[in-house]
Design a binder for this molecule. Structure first.
Ligand code: BGC
Length: 491
């Protein structure tokens, strides 16, 4: 993927800028394959679980460990990715992620032992963790400011596409119960991913951080299309690097504002997982079979859920900068909470027959549509937007870690909890978590639409409450307008 410098290819300034954009899109697309691997490796287990469970004679507890060990690896990987991406670059961390996917895929698809399967899943998880920290960072550092939000949201869309592809291939391979093929086929995209990471350049910001100014300038020229734009941006990066000396830990001690955004980031990520999405992503076929669906109907319905997830994420990307973050999150939590509450009630009433099955699938689709419209993308977007520059890496790493640990917890105890409080009890509990998520959104989440990161940081430093660090709330704005109008009336 070593493209020529746009200035060497001649053409007008406009042509060169366009060429630079194409290069940036290509490099960001290659990094986006990390998201595809994330979706493939986490999504594939849903369809394979039943068959591998039978072959390996795994009980419920063993199944829970097989599913959740990947998340434990990913939690560790997302923390280890900080020093790795600092020393070896974001590109290096993505390359090592690819290298871990290979033995992980081989162990999982070839073994007949439960501990080796778990080891393979931990290996895959470490790779997912490396990728989920370094790929969005790489994308943010290689793309222009004006396209950054969209490109990062596209990364979330690619994750859902990976999940859908995995579910689709699971469905096709489910007829012969070929679970080894379901897991093993992922070696193909893994090799493509490794080759892609070898072709992309290092991110300019990382090169500048390491004092490799000349190389940083060359990469910037490749992606911005002109020497002058490259020099201007490099100067800005270097100025920024000087400003952010000092670390997140010292900021955590000294700034109560940062402590609040730090806690909000973790809260959003924890409740994203308590919303219950991954119970469906990993266990939907198991749940549906438990409710009387045939194996193939259960696997195909799960694929439908994957499709709903991707479609609704796409809708959220289209609307996030128009409607804003708060409306998306609030609508999403209400839909998710109500659909799960009704779903639990159907289970409690043992509604069966064709009508019951249609209602069950429709409610699950509704839940996923709701989740993917806000609860899915907003925590990731918000976590990069609300954190002050000096504490950004620390806050994002900790909230990502919290996301994976909660994901692990939920997937590790789901079957046991279902045994203890019944299926309907689990879904009522999840409906309650979604209602709490609504309250967190309502009382604490700011509207960051149309606000620059610097404006948000300034308002945070000025001591505004969390809810007000983005746009002022409608109520406050209206009150301010009324006061202004009243004050301007002649006395
Ligand atoms: C979550 C994942 C989840 C995925 C589903 C992401 O935002 O972090 O845990 O599997 O959404 O689309």
């Amino acid at each position: 993927m070593s493209s020529t410098l746009p200035e060497q290819s001649g053409g007008t300034v406009q042509d060169r800028v366009q060429q630079g954009r194409r290069n940036a899109f290509l490099f960001a697309g290659a990094a986006g394959l990390a998201g595809l691997m994330f979706g493939l490796d986490t999504g594939v287990i849903a369809g394979a679980l039943k068959f591998l469970g039978q072959d390996l004679k795994a009980n419920d507890r063993a199944l829970e460990w097989i599913v959740s060990s990947l998340m434990l690896g990913a939690a560790a990987g997302s923390l280890l990715a900080i020093p790795l991406s600092h020393h070896r670059g974001r590109r290096g961390a993505m390359f090592y992620a690819g290298l871990l996917f290979l033995p992980g895929t081989a162990l999982c698809s070839l073994t007949s032992s439960i501990p080796v399967m778990i080891l393979g899943r931990v290996c895959l998880g470490l790779g997912v963790g490396f990728g989920s920290f370094s790929a969005p960072l790489y994308i943010a550092e290689i793309t222009e400011k004006s396209r950054r939000g969209k490109m990062i949201s596209m990364y979330q869309l690619v994750i859902t596409a990976g999940m859908l592809l995995a579910l689709l291939s699971d469905s096709l391979l489910s007829y012969g119960g070929h679970w080894r093929w379901m897991l093993g086929i992922l070696a193909v995209p893994t090799v493509v991913f490794i080759l892609a990471t070898m072709q992309v350049p290092y991110s300019p910001r990382w090169l500048a951080m390491r004092g490799r100014r000349k190389e940083a300038h060359t990469v910037l020229q490749q992606v911005r299309g002109s020497k002058q734009r490259a020099t201007e941006e490099l100067n800005r990066i270097e100025e920024n690097l000087r400003k952010t000396e000092g670390n997140g830990f010292s900021l955590l001690k000294s700034s109560s504002g940062f402590r609040k955004t730090f806690a909000l980031g973790i809260g959003l990520q924890v409740f994203q997982q308590f919303a219950g999405i991954n119970i469906l992503m990993y266990y939907a076929p198991h749940i549906l079979e438990h409710l009387g669906f045939s194996t193939s109907a259960a696997v195909w319905c799960t694929t439908l859920l994957g499709l709903a997830n991707m479609v609704s994420t796409f809708g959220a990307i289209l609307l996030i900068d128009r409607w804003g973050r708060r409306p998306l999150l609030l609508v999403s939590t209400v839909v998710a909470s109500l659909s799960l509450a009704v779903f639990g009630t159907l289970l409690y009433l043992h509604v069966g027959g064709v009508f019951g099955q249609i209602a069950i699938v429709s409610l699950l689709v509704l839940f996923i549509l709701g989740y993917a419209f806000g609860e899915g993308p907003i925590p990731w977007t918000m976590c990069t937007e609300i954190q002050p520059l000096q504490g950004r890496t620390l806050a994002i790493a900790c909230s990502t870690f919290a996301n994976w640990m909660t994901n692990w917890l939920i997937s590790n105890v789901f079957l046991s909890v279902m045994g203890a409080i019944h299926d309907y009890g689990v879904f009522w509990l999840l409906a309650g978590f979604n209602a709490v998520f609504f309250l967190i959104g309502y009382f604490f989440v700011p509207e960051t639409k149309d606000c620059s990161l610097e404006e948000i940081e300034d308002r945070l430093k000025a001591g505004f409450p969390l809810r007000e660090i983005g746009q002022p709330s409608r109520l406050k704005a209206d009150t301010a307008m009324v006061v202004q109008e009243r004050d301007s009336l002649p006395v």
